[in-house]
Design a binder for this molecule. Structure first.
Ligand SMILES: [Zn+2]
Length: 384
C-alpha cells in the first residue's frame, strides 16, 4: 500500500518547493533558494519537517564543497509515496497508465469503449483503474479527452464522445473512491512535455497536433497558457488561404483543418486517384512519388508551414513540437512545410526549431497523470 501525503497541511511555500523538486530534482538547497527566493533559514524551516516526514529525502552527494567543507546534500522527493492513474480517452478506446509521483510509468492497460453514455464510460474507467492499481492505493485519476473542461470536473463539450455539460464529479463519485480530474487532452500533453519532455530543457514551446482535428497549445516560461476556451480547438480553423484550398466541415475554405485533418488528406487523395485510400496510404503513396498523392500532401505541408509560422511569429517559442495521429505528415511533406514556413517568416528571424514527436498514447496518458498529481498537490478541483 502506498502512503498518503497530507498535502492539505502543506503551506504554499512547502508545495512550491515540493513541486520544484518533483519536476527537476534532486536539487541543491542553493538552487532551491534561487528558484523560490527563500532565505536558507526559511528553506530549512520548511524542508526539515518534510525530511522528517520522509516526503523529502537527502541524497548522498560525494562532491565536496569548494571550501572543502561538509558536502551539501541535495533534496529529492520519494516518488514512490503516492500513485496515480492517467487516462487518454477517445471515442473508441482508453489508454491508461499507473505512475508514481513523478509520472514514471509502472503499468499500462487499454480498453475499448462500449458506449458513449457518461456513466458507462466512467464505469469502464473505474474498472481500468482497479485493474492497474491491484494492491496499490491510487491517490487521484487524471482523464485527458478532446474537449473543453471547466475547473477540471465539468465537461462543457467533448465532441468525440458526444458529451455536453457532463458533471464528471457527480458521475464518478459512486464509481471511484478517489478524485478524478479531467483536462483537455492537448493541455495534458503540454503538461507532460512541460514536466518530463521539452520543458526540462527550455521554458517556452508550442505544440501543434494534427489528426481527426487540429489542435495546439503553448507553454511560456514553464507555465501552461490556460483559458476556458483552450479546449475549443481554436487554432484548428485558423485561415491559411480563404480564397482557395479545400473546405472544412464548418464550410471554411482553406482553414488549417481543411488542409491538415487526416480525413481531409485521405479524401482529397482518394478523389484525385479515383479510389479510396487511407491517410497512411496517401502518405506512403506521396513518399513513393505518386504525383496525385504528392500534390495533396505537399499542399498540406505548405499550409502546415504557414500555420507553424503564425504560431511562432506571435508566441516566439523556443521550439514547436509537431505530434498527434497525423504526425507523419511533417516528415513526408518536410520540404513543402519548410517552404511554407519560410514564406511566412521574416528572413532575419531565427529558424524555428521543430521537433516531430511520433504519436504515442503513453505520452498523453502520462500528461493526464501529471495533471492529477499537480491538482492533488495544489488541491484544486479535488474538494468535495
Ligand atoms: Zn475550418
Amino acid at each position: 500500500m502506498s502512503k498518503r501525503i497530507p498535502w492539505e497541511s502543506f503551506t504554499d511555500s512547502a508545495r512550491l518547493i515540493t513541486l520544484e523538486i518533483l519536476r527537476d530534482g534532486p536539487l541543491s538547497r542553493t538552487e532551491l533558494a534561487a528558484r523560490t527566493g527563500l532565505s536558507s533559514a526559511s528553506l530549512s524551516r520548511i524542508t526539515n519537517p518534510l525530511i522528517k516526514a520522509k516526503v523529502l529525502l537527502e541524497v548522498p552527494n560525494c562532491e565536496p564543497t569548494p571550501t572543502g567543507g561538509r558536502p551539501l546534500e541535495p533534496l529529492d522527493v520519494d516518488a514512490s509515496l503516492e500513485h496515480f492513474v492517467g487516462i487518454k480517452l477517445t471515442g473508441e478506446a482508453a489508454f491508461a497508465v499507473l505512475t508514481d509521483l513523478r509520472t514514471q510509468p509502472l503499468r499500462t492497460a487499454t480498453t475499448e469503449i462500449h458506449s458513449h453514455e457518461p456513466a458507462s464510460v466512467l464505469k469502464q474507467m473505474a474498472d481500468l483503474v482497479a485493474d492497474l492499481a491491484q494492491d496499490l492505493a491510487v491517490r487521484a485519476v487524471g482523464l485527458g479527452l478532446g474537449g473543453a473542461v471547466d475547473n477540471y470536473t465539468a465537461i462543457r463539450s467533448a465532441y468525440f464522445l458526444d458529451w455536453h455539460d457532463v458533471d464528471l464529479k457527480a458521475i464518478a463519485k459512486p464509481l471511484l473512491e478517489m478524485p478524478v480530474v479531467a483536462t483537455n487532452d492537448i493541455e495534458s500533453l503540454l503538461e507532460a512535455e512541460n514536466w518530463f519532455g521539452a520543458g526540462r530543457e527550455i521554458g517556452s514551446f508550442a505544440v501543434i497536433t494534427t489528426g481527426s482535428g487540429v489542435g495546439g497549445g503553448l507553454v511560456l516560461n514553464n507555465r501552461l497558457v490556460t483559458s476556458p476556451d483552450a479546449g475549443l480547438g481554436l487554432i484548428g480553423h485558423q485561415p491559411i488561404d480563404p480564397t482557395g484550398g479545400p473546405q472544412c466541415e464548418r464550410s471554411h475554405r482553406g482553414c488549417a483543418s481543411a488542409y491538415l485533418r487526416c480525413e481531409s488528406i485521405s479524401n482529397q487523395t482518394s478523389q484525385r486517384l479515383g479510389r479510396p485510400v487511407t491517410y497512411d496510404q496517401a502518405l506512403d503513396l506521396a513518399a513513393a512519388g505518386d504525383p496525385e498523392a504528392r500534390a495533396v500532401v505537399d499542399q498540406a505541408g505548405y499550409a502546415y508551414g504557414m500555420l507553424i509560422a503564425a504560431v511562432a511569429n506571435i508566441a516566439l517559442p523556443q521550439r514547436v513540437i509537431l505530434t498527434g495521429e497525423g504526425w507523419r505528415l511533417a516528415q513526408v511533406a518536410a520540404p513543402a512545410l519548410a517552404e511554407g514556413l519560410r514564406y511566412a517568416r521574416n528572413p532575419l528571424a531565427a529558424e524555428v526549431p521543430l521537433q516531430i514527436l511520433p504519436d504515442d498514447p503513453l505520452i498523453w496518458a502520462r500528461g493526464a497523470a501529471a495533471v492529477a498529481i499537480q491538482q492533488s498537490i495544489n488541491e484544486l478541483g479535488l474538494a468535495d
